[in-house]
Design a protein around this ligand. Sequence first.
Ligand code: FES
Length: 182
Amino acid sequence: MSTDEEHSKDRRKFIRVATIGASAVCGLFPLVSGVPAVFDPVKKGAGKKSSVPWSRVAPLASLPEDGSPAKFEVIQEKVVDAWTTYKDIPVGAVYLTRTNNEVVAFNLKCPHLGCAIDYRKQTKDYFCPCHNSSFALDGSVTTENSPSPRPMDTMETKVEKGQVWIRFEHFRPNVADKIPLS
Ligand code: FES
């Protein structure tokens, strides 16, 4: 074989190897770049504007000024599924606590398996009767070896023209992270 033929053969071999390598890298890139989003639910929604609608819950004046919780049903003005729009649908319930004009909302559903959490006036704490999880007024877990894997679920609130509004959501039960179901 002449030297020219050998050089030409080497060139073709190099181009083939380089092409296969570049294809492999290009093929892997989308897969690798998507890994953090798949495994990190926080990054999944990063940068996304919340699509959860605001629901009006109650007048601010109806909440006790001493910070004790008041229970309210949440009615969503409009719920849309694939074919139908429903109006004024009850979507859940919350405890609202007030400090001056700041309102904190806790989902009534226990983060363990979704039973309704009670507020105990005498001990000033929250209690889930299904498997005995208890929570402090700030929603933190107070039971040792708590069945509930996380604190009570809070949601975004705002006060406008004397009314309390909430972005009401449900969250995945029985996991340590607060992951919205919507
Ligand atoms: S559902 Fe509340 S403790 Fe199990």
